[in-house]
Design a protein around this ligand. Structure first.
Ligand code: ADP
Ligand code: MG
Length: 309
């Protein structure tokens, strides 16, 4: 377990920002930390980054306890906060060299490493550009470049895609995929679930300081799905099709929507031959039978409303 929290609790005065949090993340995972604003994501990440002490409970990073062995943790992590400071009159290359120096990386090695991270984050062509003149997406990539200089094992990224346009989001996602392939353990927070779906190996959903779900993306969707919704298209009489299908066992509800007969099935199933059979028996032609995608946004909403669990 590269990250582990036990009963991790953080209070700001009366406010309980994190309540007995148990978080387990294995080495090499890309963990999506999801929750609405104010859920406690930043608080958790700042504790893991050794910038905040827990009120009680424990957080371990690479086996070291935050607050007691923070000095051992810092070289092993790269923390990208949810804000970017101002660096007037500093060009990209200088910015990175400045931070490399802070990590005691010197001489030829420094040049080499700065060159490598510029390449990796696709910023080589901006090396002589002023930091403050970069677009938001480039600044975000530069923040990531900065925390890669000391080759950390764990990356802690607090909402790295927020406020970015779609293209910049994709670029960040591709970069994170690359870092994941390189073997880094990544913790990335977001208040929107879908943008993490094809990136993360597991997710945790946080609500008001409590973890309400931890597992794979598929598992989250499965739990939220609750039965199956199927769309059936026919060029024949749709109302007749609806009536025929409504009579089938396992069909809880049948209605017409957007040119489809929409069936809610009681159980989870991927075998729709019973629907096709009923259609054929009643001489109704089939243009399409498809399962409704339960998208991650829906899954997230259902999970956070406490409908599940
Ligand atoms: N320094 C602080 N002092 C007081 N309350 C804080 C402080 N930082 C965060 N909070 C409160 O703690 C809760 C969790 O905040 P935060 O960890 O920033 O959530 P998130 O990152 O998920 O939006 C919120 O209610 C927030 O207002
Ligand atoms: Mg936050």
């Amino acid at each position: 377990m590269i990250i582990q929290t036990i009963n991790l609790t953080k209070r700001y005065g009366e406010l309980i920002a994190l309540n007995n949090l148990h978080l387990n993340i294995e080495e090499g995972e890309c963990f999506g930390y999801i929750g609405p604003n104010g859920a406690g994501k930043t608080t958790t990440i700042r504790i893991l980054a050794t910038l905040l002490r827990p009120t009680w409970g424990e957080a371990r990073v690479c086996g070291h306890v935050v607050g007691y062995e923070s000095r051992k943790i810092r070289p092993l992590i790269g923390y990208v906060p949810d804000f970017f400071g101002a660096y007037e009159d500093m060009v990209v290359q200088e910015y990175l060299e400045f931070f490399a120096a802070a990590y005691n990386i010197t001489g030829k090695k420094r040049q080499q490493i700065v060159g490598d991270v510029l390449e990796l984050t696709d910023l080589t062509y901006k090396r002589d550009g002023l930091v403050d003149s970069l677009s938001r997406g480039m600044k975000q990539r530069l923040s990531i470049a900065r925390v890669l200089l000391h080759d950390p094992r764990v990356l802690l990224l607090d909402e790295p895609a927020s406020g970015l346009d779609p293209r910049a989001r994709i670029e960040i996602r591709e970069l994170l995929k690359e870092l994941h392939r390189m073997g880094k353990t990544i913790i990335i927070s977001s208040h929107i679930l879908p943008e993490l779906a094809d990136l993360c190996t597991s997710i945790g959903i946080l609500e008001r300081g409590e973890m309400i779900f931890q597992g794979s993306v598929t598992e989250a969707v499965r739990r939220a799905r609750m039965g199956t919704v199927v769309h059936v298209a026919t060029p024949d009489d749709q109302e007749r099709a609806r009536q025929v299908l409504a009579e089938l066992p396992n069909v809880e509800n049948a209605m017409l929507r957007n040119g489809f007969v929409v069936l809610s099935l009681q159980n989870e199933t991927t075998d729709f031959s019973f629907i096709a059979n009923a259609m054929i028996r009643n001489e109704l032609r089939i243009h399409e039978i498809k399962q409704e995608e339960v998208n991650l946004e829906t899954a997230f909403m259902r999970l956070t409303k406490g409908i599940v669990q």
